[in-house]
Design a protein around this ligand. Structure first.
Ligand SMILES: Cc1cc2nc3c(=O)[nH]c(=O)nc-3n(C[C@H](O)[C@H](O)[C@H](O)COP(=O)(O)OP(=O)(O)OC[C@H]3O[C@@H](n4cnc5c(N)ncnc54)[C@H](O)[C@@H]3O)c2cc1C
Length: 397
């Protein structure tokens, strides 16, 4: 296949030409079919699935990271990042469904056994099935501090507990549920949405990334077969860390996309808006805002390239992933803030997408863990001696 052949994460082959064609097709869908839905979604605070889903399915947007043998595109991480970044420029609710679907489909292709993969991944790639991630709880913390319990009863697990803020709760066919299987062990278990005893309720609408559902799940003696366990009992914490590690890089790429668009809009506005007889772009004060935005974008892009290269080379990257996620959210915070400054009063109205970008970006603080968690993971990695500042390489996956 010539020299331009890239080996996909999954072992699938994606040649450069095919990748460029895919990117063109996806970007056309993003800008020609999805971006025009922005006002409708923002006003109704609901996603018009009848318009969104067929467009996404047509370009295989649910299977970017699913191996080719299961019907996905089998993209490498460095190929996926520009795509999820582009989604983050348009209405955030659309970006979120694409992110969660691909991120946790990817987690299944990395963590699940061969039978689970064969049962799930073809449907995930086509968009007929979708795995949502159910970690957060209303009455407990995360990680080891979980109230949801799963106990063995013959060939089943019986699950009790509560989860909330679970994205795609309206769409998901399966939930990857983190539950305690003993006082000290966390396990990850797949739960089909139609299991008896599982109640799914919507939560109030969000500040930004409007339209998607982030619901509340109640498990009342929900029975699933033990074959729904992902990995071994007690693997939950490790599965959680592995799934979130790369997903944090996807959030950082979303920060890049939102930031890039805020920058482009600011540049355009600064060139067009005339005060005291000159475009504001000619004022040094405004140039400083623009230069600072560009600097944040450049640094974030380089950190993302590094994270993707390491992951694609087969490394674990907990510290690198937490750092880029944290830097990304702080950078997009600064960039969208400066975008509002450049736009003046009109930027505070719905006349300009910068108002939406500012709200959408704010979710990046929360998805895949708060800043506190990213500080904690980063510090743990160097305090435990896993990497040093001049050698950020992680351990092999
Ligand atoms: C729109 C949206 C979509 C989401 N989607 C999902 C999803 O699909 N699946 C899912 O499982 N979750 C999801 N979440 C939940 C999200 O991951 C959490 O909200 C986030 O990780 C923070 O957890 P929390 O809400 O429990 O906050 P809390 O844990 O209550 O944190 C509140 C504050 O206290 C700090 N804090 C908490 N514990 C500690 C500690 N031990 N030490 C120091 N500081 C601490 C936090 O850093 C934060 O600043 C979503 C949230 C939103 C808003």
């Amino acid at each position: 296949m010539g020299t331009n052949v890239l080996i996909g994460q999954s072992g699938g082959l994606v040649d450069d030409r095919a990748y460029r064609k895919l990117k063109d097709d996806v970007f056309s869908v993003i800008w020609e079919e999805l971006a025009p839905l922005e006002q409708e979604i923002e006003n109704k605070e609901a996603l018009p699935y009848d318009k969104i889903m067929p467009a996404l399915r047509r370009v295989g947007a649910f299977g970017f990271l699913v191996p080719e043998r299961f019907g996905g595109h089998g993209l490498m991480i460095r190929q996926y990042l520009p795509i999820i970044a582009e989604f983050a420029k348009i209405q955030g609710g659309v970006r979120v469904i694409v992110h969660v679907h691909n991120s946790f489909g990817h987690a299944i292709s990395e963590l699940a056994n061969a039978e689970q993969q064969a049962a799930l991944l073809p449907g995930v790639a086509s968009g007929e099935k979708s795995v949502a991630f159910a970690l957060t709880e209303p009455d407990y913390g995360t990680g080891a501090d979980l109230g949801t319990r799963a106990y063995r009863d013959g060939a089943d697990y019986v699950i009790n507990g509560h989860k909330w803020l679970i994205t795609n709760s309206d769409l998901a066919s399966h939930f990857l549920v983190l539950a305690k299987t003993s006082d000290t062990e966390v396990s990850s278990i797949l739960v089909e949405r139609d299991r008896l005893g599982l109640t799914i309720e919507p939560l109030p609408e969000t500040m930004g990334c409007k339209g998607g559902e982030h619901g509340r799940l109640t498990f009342s003696n929900v029975r699933v077969p033990v074959t729904n366990l992902v990995g071994k009992e007690g693997d939950g914490q490790d599965n959680l860390e592995r799934a979130l590690e790369i997903s944090r890089v996807f959030i950082a790429a979303s920060s890049l996309g939102t930031g890039q668009y805020a920058f482009e809009l600011s540049l355009r506005h600064a060139r067009q808006r005339i005060t005291f007889g000159k475009p504001i772009a000619q004022r040094q004060a405004v140039q400083r805002y623009l230069a600072e935005m560009a600097m944040d974008l450049q640094a974030l892009r380089l950190m993302l390239d590094d994270a993707a290269a390491k992951w694609d080379a087969g490394e674990r990257i907990p510290a690198v992933a937490s750092m880029v996620k944290l830097f990304g959210l702080e950078a997009v915070g600064r960039i969208t803030d400066r975008a509002l400054l450049v736009h003046g009063g009109i930027g505070y109205t719905r006349a300009h997408p910068v108002e939406r970008l500012y709200r959408d970006a704010r979710l990046n603080w929360l998805e895949e863990g708060t800043p506190t968690i990213q500080h904690l993971v980063t510090a743990r990695e160097f305090l435990d001696g896993h990497w040093w500042a001049d050698d950020f390489a992680g351990t092999k996956r």
